[in-house]
Design a protein around this ligand. Structure first.
Ligand code: PHE
Length: 447
């Protein structure tokens, strides 16, 4: 449905940039390396790639086509395609996931923003990079101010609306991020002792793979591709009929996976070269990369500032997609205007994020799920439970309720090179839902 008043993406490139902008973010550069390190390296990466291909890509197609077909937000899409049913609950779950994710995402976005200004500290001779990081996130006030600044930037862009806001900001800065990643990789792999990091990252040791690790890989695939919560439904709703959904899906998933993979290449060789701990947790990127910049001499300043600036932009283009999911619902369904929806929701989400920030320092004694702090627990609930569950239900919705024939028909309008067909159908009806279900059962210890 082309809907002039809601706005449409102006061009194919603009759409890919915006959707890839949603996908590429902290998930790739902060979270992917840190959980790869936590769950043992190469074997985890392999499982992750398999999940992207067999579950991620079909679901990317599915969300985009449901969005374009319905022309609606995450919840409205289900009401449109399945009136008088309870399927809207899947959309509601997605909006809830958006709330939760953005609340802590903005806290980490704040860390990244703060780091733009920390090159003086981490470039100093003999700087203790772990200490600088821990010091900066455990302080009760500073991270909250950065969280507020990050959220304000996010609100500013979403208020401007999708054509003026989202598309414009993504198109230019994404390629810049890619370039700086490549420079970082070159520096990282040429450090003495980098080889051990490459082995950790590329030589699978399956004895390190656990059920929890597989669930984490599944959750990370959803999180990184922005799937399972209606984000790509919402973005798909702004797609025009002549835009090519299958090709877009491959581009977005490909770009996202490539950037995550490159981030690992920049980080793991350096982790081992500097004698750091790959399983260090959420601080891994923020501790390792400054060490790489410091090893570059004076130009490290420039690269460091540029890198954290681009990371902040990448985080922002993801955060605006999260806020857009929440706001699109209130704009479409509750008929709020864009400004009101964005300010109210942005403020609520900011407040919701405060405990995640305090949980790094003054509230660090608060442990919720399996010894995880507040931020990690929210991430676990959202990424490892809500998103895969949302994906599972979307598979069941398309495969067993609405019909893959209708889905394929919609996706293939405007498809030029590759069209969806029997393989898509098989993956959505059987492979993806069964795999997600098994991972769930296994991770709660059913077998
Ligand atoms: N994909 C984003 C990232 O990797 C995070 C995100 C998750 C954005 C879910 C939107 C929806 O950083």
């Amino acid at each position: 449905m082309e809907n002039k008043s809601r706005g449409n993406w102006q061009s194919q490139v603009g759409f890919i940039a915006a959707a890839a902008g949603s996908a590429v973010g902290l998930g790739n550069i902060w979270k992917f390396p840190y959980i790869t390190g936590k769950y043992g390296g190469a074997a985890f990466v392999l499982v992750y790639l398999i999940i992207i291909i067999f579950i991620g890509v079909p679901l990317m197609n599915s969300e985009l086509l449901v969005g374009r077909k319905s022309g609606k937000n995450a919840l409205g899409a289900f009401k449109e395609l399945a009136p008088k049913s309870s399927w809207w609950i899947v959309g509601a779950m997605g909006i809830l996931a958006g709330f939760i994710i953005l609340s802590y995402y903005s806290v980490i976005g704040g860390w990244a923003t703060a780091y733009i200004f920390k090159s003086g500290a981490y470039m100093a001779a003999g700087a203790d990079h772990a200490n600088i990081f821990v010091g900066s996130i455990t302080n009760p006030w500073a991270p909250l101010i950065w969280h507020a600044i990050f959220m304000l930037m996010c609100i500013g862009i979403v208020v401007a609306g999708i054509e003026k806001g989202i598309e414009k900001y993504t198109k230019i800065l994404m390629p810049a991020l890619l370039v700086i990643m490549l420079i970082l990789i070159i520096r990282s792999v040429t450090l003495p002792g980098a080889g051990k990091g490459l082995a950790f990252y590329l030589k699978p040791d399956f004895s390190k793979l656990t059920a929890e690790g597989i669930l984490a890989a599944l959750g990370q695939a959803f999180f990184s591709l922005s799937l399972g919560m209606g984000c790509m439904i919402t973005y798909g709703s702004y797609l025009k009929k002549d835009q090519d959904i299958p090709a877009n899906s491959y581009w977005i998933a490909g770009a996202d996976t490539a950037i995550a993979f490159l981030a690992g290449f920049a980080i793991f060789p350096a982790v081992f070269a500097f004698g750091l701990e790959p399983g260090a947790g959420p601080g891994l990127t923020f501790i390792t990369l400054p060490a790489v910049f410091a090893s570059m001499g004076a130009v490290g300043h420039v690269f460091g500032i540029l890198f954290f600036f681009l990371l902040t932009i990448a985080a922002l283009t993801s955060a605006i997609s999260l806020l857009e999911v929440v706001c699109a619902y209130f704009i479409d369904e509750a008929k709020w205007d864009r400004k009101k929806a964005t300010w109210i929701m942005g403020t609520i989400i900011f407040l919701l994020g405060i405990p995640s920030s305090l949980g790094q320092g003054v509230w660090s004694g608060v442990k919720i799920i399996g010894g995880r702090d507040i931020l990690d627990s929210l991430d676990f609930i959202a990424s490892n439970i809500l998103l895969p569950l949302g994906g599972l239900l979307l598979c069941i919705f398309i495969g067993w309720y609405w019909g893959t024939d209708k889905a394929i028909e919609e996706a293939n309008i405007g498809a030029k090179s590759i069209k969806l067909g029997a393989t898509y159908s098989f993956l959505i009806k059987y492979v993806a839902p069964v795999a997600i279900f098994i991972v769930f059962l296994k991770s709660i210890g059913v077998f």
